[in-house]
Design a protein. Structure first.
Lengths: 393, 393
């Protein structure tokens, strides 16, 4: 029985009333009172918030994208892409790549092309099986929905790491479509730290590719030593990335070791230091590399020690929460919270920690076209949760 | 029986072995393994740390100062000033002021004059009883230690709030001796928020006075509307303050309501906004005042939401932890931790949370002349704890 089947069975054990109400099982609820209606209320700096579980029964959901005509595309790490509409989860979309679903690997990010409404093109990142184990790859494909069901066509692997390994750690990966149409892809170092400093190795890096997988000729290493696809190096495991709407800049969040999770604003050609420099320390103690600073290596914008285990990253940009416009939202796995970093320019002016312990491990955070905040929870019976303003305070 | 007597009795119940080892009762120890020797080891970004309890049995200790010839002066909030030397706590120093020991009030800060070695002068802040209740005051006095014991002479109240109330909340108060010899005193708004915006009221403010209590003529409100003693207004309850050694600037930390604890760098004549603007919200929910920003009111350098309940504040300046040189250390009551804010200039580049839950509520944090970090714990059987580098890693 696959992990996905297991999740389906758990869902089936929920009572009809629970299903009807879309109720979320709040076993470790710690932050705020729970209403009996299946919705949850939380206090925040923007006033009372309402959390609605739009759907549960997702198997380790990893990423969510908003379909222009309504509904959501959700990846499940074990390997399924599903469409969520009206509280229902579709059968798996046909035509997704075979994934290496081990450890942190599997089907990862899903992002729509800017012209999706016409082209129906999307991008998936995933752990691609191959010689030596697996590596992170990106597939472009076209989503068809018709009487025969939902399926991908025109699949094309537009990117893959240039060295595979059987380790289960640190695939990254998020895809960000830049304002110029090129793609940033964040890549973990596969548990092999030294690869993050190897300028011929694409692990532990951010790469920049054109939508067809070709190399933009203004990439920083083109014409220099180092792989032409590289944008920045020295990353450990960036599982979150977002474009800042106000200026189009790329921001990432990455897992540190024991302490030292980092927010970075990756500049072209820059080295973010892993494993030579880092905040925090090695698991079990002991300094990492040469300390936490070195000339020629970049400092993070912000770091956490101990680690919150950051996952998804989004800039708030919407009408629902004007108080939070331009702020960074960071989902946390280990600390089971949503962190709002109050951004003043490129600096962090304060941190608000929301929903601590209420939902469990938060895997993804996105801001919807409606200005609400959407979360995915990392579990066998994972939820898609919508956070909105509670106006009935 | 006074609170102090109660603490003494609790101490007497400790076993001789516990006393000999200076062992700290780690009921809620969460962060790291405890050695069997009565010392505790903790991991940190600067490597392993050692925590030694220099003394326990202090009754709600509030502030510690380092005597140049060795030993420590410690205030106990119920009203005693004690000298700690060689693991022993002295009888109360005679001659301290009568204090209004209710709620958060009592004997608060103790700071040595810069020429203490010759003058033996020191400053105490305290809750002074008077018409209408109590207000924060500052006493200057001379410490005598001879065959007759330790006592204060030449006591002089050099400052007091200009309006007293019987409320038990928000006295502040810390005293910082500036490089020019003048004193900054931080003052809470006594649970009466509107007083923080009243420029004739000294509650909810930072004041600046000369060592004799007179008003420096370059104070910002001299010759303007407003009280001549004021340095900055709009503070809620600043229980921590420190001078940055590198440039002599004043920094404060204050309690927010439900969320919104603030680090500020108070500029002369500036308004820090309470209760008109604040991060966080009122207890029980609801927006504070007009929101979190307003023209003419200052933004904090950094804030926490939810509140950590910050108490003491210190800049790290010493040889023991070069990694932390120039960083801010903040003790936390509610969150029971020491926060290290990694300072890059005036910006916070990251936060490290140390000792979470290990010691209970942390009331004061100071950096000793030996470069070690000293903590006081806020309880009836309070400890003075020395944090140093564990070199036997």
């Amino acid at each position: 029985m696959s992990v996905t089947d297991d999740a389906r069975m758990k869902t089936a054990r929920r009572t009809p009333l629970m299903r009807a109400l879309g109720v979320v099982a709040l076993v470790t609820f710690m932050s705020a009172p729970v209403a009996a209606t299946g919705q949850s209320r939380f206090e925040s700096s923007a006033g009372p918030l309402k959390a609605e579980t739009l759907v549960d029964g997702l198997s380790y959901p990893w990423s969510v994208a908003f379909l222009p005509a309504g509904g959501y595309l959700v990846t499940e790490r074990p390997g399924a892409l599903r469409i969520v509409r009206n509280g229902k989860i579709s059968e798996p979309v046909a035509g997704v790549p075979d994934v290496w679903a081990n450890g942190q690997g599997g089907l990862l990010d899903v992002v729509l092309a800017p012209d999706f409404e016409n082209s129906r093109r999307l991008y998936l990142s995933y752990s691609k099986p191959g010689d030596g184990g697996a590596g992170t790859a990106v597939m472009a494909a076209t989503l068809i929905e018709d009487a025969e069901g939902a399926r991908l066509t025109g699949q094309q692997d537009i990117f893959e790491m240039n060295r595979f390994t059987s380790r289960g750690q640190h695939f990254g990966s998020r895809i960000v479509v830049a304002d110029d149409g090129n793609l940033f892809v964040t890549l973990g170092e596969r548990g092999q730290g030294e690869r993050a400093q190897d300028i011929e190795d694409l692990a532990g890096a951010v790469v920049r590719i054109a939508p067809d997988g070709s190399i933009p000729q203004d990439n920083p290493f083109v014409g220099e030593a180092g792989h032409d696809a590289l944008w920045s190096i020295g990353h450990r495991n960036p599982q979150g990335a977002a474009k800042r709407p106000s200026d189009g800049s790329l921001w990432t969040v990455e897992h540190g070791a024991q302490g030292g999770d980092e927010i970075n604003k990756p500049h072209p050609g820059a080295n973010y230091g892993w494993p030579v420099i880092a905040y925090g320390e090695n698991y079990g103690g002991g300094q990492i590399g040469e300390g936490n600073a070195k000339p020629g290596m970049e400092q993070p914008v912000y770091y956490w020690d101990p680690s919150i285990a950051p996952s998804g990253l989004a800039f708030y940009d919407g009408e629902m929460f004007p108080e939070w416009q331009g702020d960074l939202l960071v989902g946390a796995l280990k600390f089971q919270l949503l962190s709002r970093l109050d951004m003043q320019g490129d600096e962090v002016a304060g941190e608000e920690q929301l929903f601590k312990g209420a939902f469990g491990r938060i895997r993804d955070v996105r801001v919807g076209p409606d200005g609400a905040i959407y979360l995915l929870t990392d579990k066998a019976d994972g939820e898609l949760i919508r956070i909105s303003r509670a106006n009935d305070a």
